[in-house]
Ligand binder design. Sequence first.
Ligand SMILES: Nc1ncnc2c1ncn2[C@@H]1O[C@H](COP(=O)(O)OP(=O)(O)O)[C@@H](O)[C@H]1O
Ligand SMILES: Cc1ncsc1CCOP(=O)(O)O
Ligand SMILES: [Mg+2]
Length: 262
Amino acid sequence: MKVALLDELRAQNPIVFNVSNFVTVQDVANGINAIGASPIMSEEVAEADEMVGLAGAVCLNLGAVTATQVTQIRAVGQSANRQHRPLVIDPVAVGAVKYRMQMATGLLNDFHPDVIRGNAGEIAALAGVDWQAKGIDAGEGTGDRTAIAKACAQKLKCVVILSGPTDVITDGERAVKVLNGTKLFQIHVGSGDMLSSIVAAFCAVTDDYFEAAQTACLVFAAIGQLVAEATPNLGAGTFIMKLLDKLQTATVAEIEGIAAFE
Ligand SMILES: Nc1ncnc2c1ncn2[C@@H]1O[C@H](COP(=O)(O)OP(=O)(O)O)[C@@H](O)[C@H]1O
Ligand SMILES: Cc1ncsc1CCOP(=O)(O)O
Ligand SMILES: [Mg+2]
């Protein structure tokens, strides 16, 4: 685990190109900006190649995609592969909606992601494992989360993050668990989307995407935990404000001080 990548990210200030969903786009932009990278969003297929070309990494969020946007997402994904930009996918609610699963499966045939970040319901669905996803949320299941994440990584040949109370990060062989976090993440819609884009930001500053994924998960979860511990009984509204503040100011030493992983 290389928490010092956070300083590298802040020094390089990489551009992260996001195709976001309309629900959480501002959280994603501000989260990337606060941590020290530079967000840019686009829904226009005509500028796909140019956008990818100026970015250090690309994050495709499948959270609220129209048929027109599928065409743009495909073009962006293929362009990221062609231009050798790290590519992160967030497969929102593929475990709950058959249409989304078909759409995501089709896209994953058309381009190759370097990292997929989803909750248990989403990663189980992509792995082909039984799980009761609940809309955008993880839902219920009894399967072993590390085994499910590994199965997904082996099937899709990429790094997989299965996030939740414990984040599992795997390349299909090796697996690391990040134990930090706070339940407050669950009462903010967009926590997962922010994490996916922050994973992309870390992928922009190292070629080791397994390392980038682990570090992003640790940094994000630990910062949430620092915020929760600093203010007892924090509510949903103030949590996101304080989370943005702490994304901006947290130091490597503070994060290393509470880091819990195995
Ligand atoms: N119960 C929890 N306790 C601690 N951290 C959590 C908890 N639930 C989610 N998180 C954290 O929230 C972030 C978003 O993950 P998750 O909730 O799984 O995504 P999504 O919003 O896509 O369902 C991750 O950093 C994860 O570690
Ligand atoms: C509510 C909602 N509906 C479609 S996308 C979306 C946001 C999902 O955000 P997250 O997965 O980060 O909780
Ligand atoms: Mg999500």
